[in-house]
Design a protein around this ligand. Structure first.
Ligand SMILES: Cc1cc2nc3c(=O)[nH]c(=O)nc-3n(C[C@H](O)[C@H](O)[C@H](O)COP(=O)(O)O)c2cc1C
Length: 348
């Protein structure tokens, strides 16, 4: 199957089916802020802006990595970019491997043509591709042709092993990342795709010259389940069995914080409201990304994406108002309680 028809399958399945996690949620419901009935600030004066990778964003929000490479993907990416630019937030592109194989797909990624004011544009490539032949020269081509401000390297072993045509030779990925990231001309970020980055993986990343780490945890779109819906018997069986496998996003933020890598954390995976965003920021994230909710909005219109972005920012501001936090630095100092008494126990 070609990469392009796979991309269109992904868009169709993620837009039409319920592909969020099964029984496991992102974990934000187990936390609550201490409500402050005397906030002593004005709602209209609340400042949600943040600096990330040297860029100023109106809110700590990026549209998550999704697509590229087909006509439908071009329409969606350009729509997402125009909406993100209008609101003043960032955009992550989906995997750009297809552009290295077929340069005719370039226009599905060159979204700055539609949105010259986009404050931050992040590219995307599977880290496994570094083992399968993609090199520094290829990455620099993507950076310069599309005008990328940074590059996401995604880690997706679960998705690849469930996918019928998946790349499963994962020996050597870490050294390949070390080799490439140190010489890349733009900042590099590592992300999962929804199974999460916990303490074990975070510690392996120590010493890599990363600009940020995106925990991309369990709680939202399940890629094993999506691949199961596309595949035959084996993929279906594994996709269902492993639908909720991984590190829930709230836990992943705490675990990556404990790893103390000294780089900004990005929260993603199952964030579905500005309140989830507020909690993710309090748990250590610098910015948040949501993916599938924006695909659904973009299928409708650019206006629907703008409305979804504005709603998230408004919801975030309510959490800031009711904790008396005039800005994000203050929000991160506000009192938050963990509701579940028993933390996950690590087996010896
Ligand atoms: C349609 C779709 C396509 C995606 N494609 C990519 C991709 O190419 N590269 C990547 O790193 N993540 C990809 N993702 C994963 C998201 O970036 C994100 O990590 C994951 O969906 C969890 O976020 P969510 O629960 O808000 O959707 C994709 C997600 C969706 C919904």
């Amino acid at each position: 199957m070609s990469i392009q028809s796979r991309k269109d399958d992904h868009l169709r399945i993620c837009a039409d089916e319920d592909v969020d996690r099964g029984e496991v949620d992102a974990g934000f419901r187990r936390f609550r802020f201490d409500h402050d009935a005397l906030p002593e600030i004005d709602f209209d004066g609340i400042d949600t802006s943040v600096e990330f990778l040297g860029r100023r964003l109106r809110a700590p929000l990026l549209i998550g990595a999704m697509t590229g490479g087909t006509d439908k993907a071009r329409e969606i990416n350009h729509r997402l970019a125009r909406a993100a630019a209008r609101v003043g937030v960032g955009l992550e592109l989906g995997s750009m491997r297809v552009m290295l194989k077929n340069t005719e797909t370039t226009s599905s990624f060159t979204v700055k043509e539609s949105a010259p004011d986009l404050p931050l544009l992040i590219g995307n490539i599977g880290a496994i591709q570094l083992v399968y032949g993609v090199g520094l020269h290829d990455l620099e081509q993507l950076v310069s042709h599309v005008g990328l401000d940074a590059m996401n390297f995604h880690l997706n072993p679960l998705q690849e092993v469930v996918q019928p045509e998946g790349d499963t030779r994962w020996h050597g990925v870490l050294p390949a990342l070390r080799e490439v990231i140190g010489r890349l001309s733009v900042p590099a970020i590592i992300k999962e795709v929804g199974a999460g980055i916990g303490l074990v993986t975070a510690q392996k990343l120590r010493g890599l010259p990363l600009a940020a780490l995106n925990v991309a945890g369990v709680g939202g779109t399940s890629w094993s389940y999506v691949e199961g819906l596309r595949g035959a018997e084996r993929a279906k069986r594994l996709g269902s069995l492993y639908r909720s496998w991984g590190v829930p996003t709230a836990e992943a933020l705490l675990e990556c914080g404990r790893a103390n890598l000294g780089i900004p954390l990005v929260a993603s995976g199952g964030l579905r409201s500005g309140l989830d965003m507020a909690k993710a920021l309090r748990l250590g994230a610098t910015v948040c990304t949501l993916a599938r909710p924006f695909l659904i909005a973009a299928m409708e219109s650019e206006e629907a994406v703008v409305s979804a972005l504005e709603a998230l920012i408004d919801e975030l501001k309510v959490a800031m108002f009711c904790t008396g936090a005039p800005n994000l630095t203050e929000l991160r100092r506000r009192r938050m309680l963990r509701l579940s008494a028993a933390p996950t126990e690590v087996l010896e």
